[in-house]
Design a protein around this ligand. Structure first.
Ligand SMILES: CC(C)(COP(=O)(O)OP(=O)(O)OC[C@H]1O[C@@H](n2cnc3c(N)ncnc32)[C@H](O)[C@@H]1OP(=O)(O)O)[C@@H](O)C(=O)NCCC(=O)NCCS
Length: 167
């Protein structure tokens, strides 16, 4: 039986794809991509305005940029396709050990399903290992299917659950 072509799998990352360390020159773009994508992290239980969500994202990255962090940027040629931002000295509250705490990962909408997100997360893990961090950890919204699939594929497991109830 003839199989239908799978559109996203036929698009590959180019040979120019690379992941590099990010810096202050990337911060405005990180904020912009974050603000454009962060709505996928809003759960169905909350009902904030888009500007509130964007402002919350700005506060989150301000917090991260204000302390020890690692920013990695995925590029194809000169075009930035995505980033991962993690804290590298945040102590796990149970073990007291520093861990890689992923603040956010995002890929430009037009560049998704080509492996950039997976490569960014793998690069973050590699940087974390270089820093002798034993764990990578983060939060993900229940309804964020794309992110949850990505993390499951990379071997992440649910450690705790954040409960919420409308009052
Ligand atoms: C989550 C995100 C970073 C994934 O980036 P990406 O470059 O598209 O991911 P990849 O192409 O590396 O996908 C790797 C795997 O993740 C899963 N995945 C990614 N997108 C998916 C989707 N839309 N639906 C289902 N599974 C998906 C698949 O298992 C995929 O493997 P496959 O393509 O071989 O099936 C991207 O969707 C994004 O930027 N989302 C908005 C921001 C966000 O939600 N960030 C996470 C905050 S916790």
């Amino acid at each position: 039986m003839a199989q239908r072509p799978c559109r996203h799998r036929s698009r590959r990352l180019s040979e120019d794809f690379k992941i590099r360390a990010g810096g202050a020159g990337d911060h405005a773009w990180v904020r912009d991509l974050g603000r454009r994508t962060v709505s996928s992290s809003v759960s169905a239980l909350r009902d904030p305005s888009p500007s509130t969500v964007g402002d919350s994202f700005d506060r989150l990255v301000d917090f991260a940029f204000g302390q020890s962090h690692v920013l990695l940027v995925a590029e194809d040629g000169l075009e930035r396709l995505g980033f991962v931002l993690f804290l590298d000295r945040l102590l796990d509250e149970v073990t007291g050990l520093p861990q890689a705490f992923v603040v956010y990962v995002a890929v430009e909408p037009h560049a998704r399903r080509r492996g950039a997100g997976r490569r960014l997360m793998a690069a973050a893990e590699s940087e974390a290992r270089k820093r002798d961090l034993a764990y990578a950890s983060f939060m993900v919204t229940e309804e964020n299917d794309a992110a949850r699939e990505l993390y499951a594929q990379l071997g992440y497991q649910t450690e705790r659950r954040q409960l919420c109830k409308r009052l």
